[in-house]
Design a protein around this ligand. Structure first.
Ligand code: SF4
Ligand code: SF4
Length: 154
């Protein structure tokens, strides 16, 4: 049986598949295109969403087939914890891998996915589809843009 705050009681590697999947808050941030500096390894986010992202719901339009349809789609697994630094700072997988608690807007805490949008954590209001974006380099956003949005957290 899942404990009320299983994310604090268990390591990522100990979670059931259901617990693991429930950690995703549906922000859609990891589905933004990113550019990696091959010399420094630094990852720059853009405001351009993967073509399979439904920007209104911030959910993948074909989650079961995502890796077949989008070969670049990264499948997160517990044995990659050391590599989670590229994820947005507020991503639940990154928070838990760093020994931190979830934020109050996380659906597991608030009880509703709406809080992710209300707290401006999701990309709903500012992502654009890759079909209309053009050159990704024109769409780079600073990680600070993510942090600025966190300033409005409850
Ligand atoms: S950034 Fe993390 S919490 Fe947000 S959609 Fe991606 S995996 Fe889920
Ligand atoms: S395929 Fe789906 S899960 Fe993968 S990056 Fe695109 S929208 Fe996100």
């Amino acid at each position: 049986m899942t404990s009320p705050k299983f994310w604090l009681d268990k390591k990522l590697s100990e979670m059931t598949n259901e617990e693991w999947e429930s950690l995703c808050d549906g922000c859609g941030r990891c589905c933004l295109h990113k550019l990696e500096d091959y010399e420094t390894g630094e990852v720059a986010y853009t405001n351009v969403a993967c073509r399979l992202l439904d920007i209104t719901s911030c959910r993948c339009k074909n989650y079961p087939m995502r890796q077949k349809l989008i070969p670049d789609c990264v499948l997160l697994t517990a044995d990659q914890v050391q590599e989670f630094h590229w994820l947005p700072e507020a991503c639940a997988y990154r928070l838990i891998s760093e020994g931190k608690d979830l934020y109050p807007w996380h659906p597991l805490v608030s009880g509703t996915p709406d809080t992710v949008h209300k707290a401006l954590i999701s990309v709903r209001d500012w992502a654009i589809p890759e079909q209309v974006a053009g050159d990704l380099e024109d769409h780079i956003i600073q990680r600070g843009d993510f942090r600025a949005k966190k300033d409005v957290l409850p």
